[in-house]
Design a protein around this ligand. Structure first.
Ligand code: IPD
Ligand code: CA
Ligand code: CA
Length: 278
């Protein structure tokens, strides 16, 4: 199944690369404030779904642009797809974006692919089988002192509900670490944590397709992933914290005092709903 996901990601990468040569010709529409979608996002998604459905016609799909499709009734397998993660970078000609494909089996993430078509970096993972960058095993970093650590993040730009709480976290993390980066593709950011390039990462307001593949890649590289309270409801809440095990705990402690009432209520509600569904 991983091979099929890699094939789908590479095909989508070809579509994206081709389009990146003629950005001026693209049809772009606005989904909401600061939320753009181009015909490339849609074409890449159609191509990925085509490859996956040809191989596995009875699997379910959750994809950013077309939503839920396939066998939604009783499928044990669900593919979670972000055809182009980092659309804003793509539209501005900044070569930091990716294709992200994950597979859930009976509710657990099982396979993951994050592909950067600009430099051909392919991050993959299978549950219990480790994480790889271009077929070489990767591990999270060993750094433990926060002053040596490079932390990735995403700055809120669409939904600004939690911007105050986010900025308080940001202010508290800056003086403790070696640096903070905001490159603009959450799937790649998470893969960079897995590869030991960043030591940790946090963001508020993501969707399941931004995080699903990257989070399995981190776990298989020996890292930890959770929501901002450290629980495993990040795919549902959209609040994510990740890192090597030591940095994960340090970041949890730094962030804790800044969890606003709204953020905590949101996480509790998500946990409650998850308990009911499970
Ligand atoms: C976005 C990117 C970005 C993150 C946003 C995401 P998109 O995905 O992952 O890094 O900060 O929250 O929505 O919209 O380009 O697929
Ligand atoms: Ca995305
Ligand atoms: Ca996207």
């Amino acid at each position: 199944m991983l091979n099929i996901a890699v094939k789908a990601a590479r095909r989508a990468g070809d579509i994206i690369n081709q389009a990146s040569r003629n950005l001026d010709l693209l049809n772009i529409t606005k989904k909401s404030r600061s939320d753009f979608v181009s015909e490339v996002d849609k074409a890449a998604e159609e191509s990925i779904i085509g490859v996956l459905c040809d191989a596995y016609p009875d699997h379910a799909i959750l994809a950013e642009e077309s939503g839920i499709s396939g066998n939604t009734e009783k499928a044990e397998y669900q593919w979670i797809i972000d055809p182009l993660d980092g659309t804003t970078n793509f539209l501005h000609g900044i070569p930091q974006y990716s294709v992200s494909i994950a597979l859930k089996h009976k509710g657990f993430l099982n396979k993951a692919v994050v592909y950067n078509p600009n430099n051909n970096e392919l991050f993959t993972a299978s549950r219990g089988g480790g994480a790889y960058l271009n077929n070489q095993r990767i591990r999270v970093s060993k750094r433990t002192r926060m002053e040596d650590c490079l932390i990735g993040t995403g700055i809120p730009f669409r939904d600004l509900t939690h911007v105050e709480a986010y900025l308080e976290m940001f202010k508290d993390i800056i003086p403790r670490v070696a640096g903070i980066r905001r490159p603009g593709s959450a799937a790649l950011d998470l893969s960079y944590v897995a590869a030991g390039r960043y030591d940790g990462f946090w963001e508020i307001g993501l969707a399941a397709w931004d995080m699903a593949a990257g989070s399995l890649i981190i776990q298989e590289a020996g890292g930890l992933v959770g929501d901002l309270e450290g629980n495993d409801t990040y795919l549902e809440s959209g609040q994510i914290l990740a890192g090597n095990p030591k940095v994960f705990v340090h970041l949890l402690q730094i962030i804790k005092p800044h969890l606003s009432k709204a953020l905590i209520e949101n996480q509790r509600a998500v946990k409650k709903i998850k308990r009911i569904i499970d």
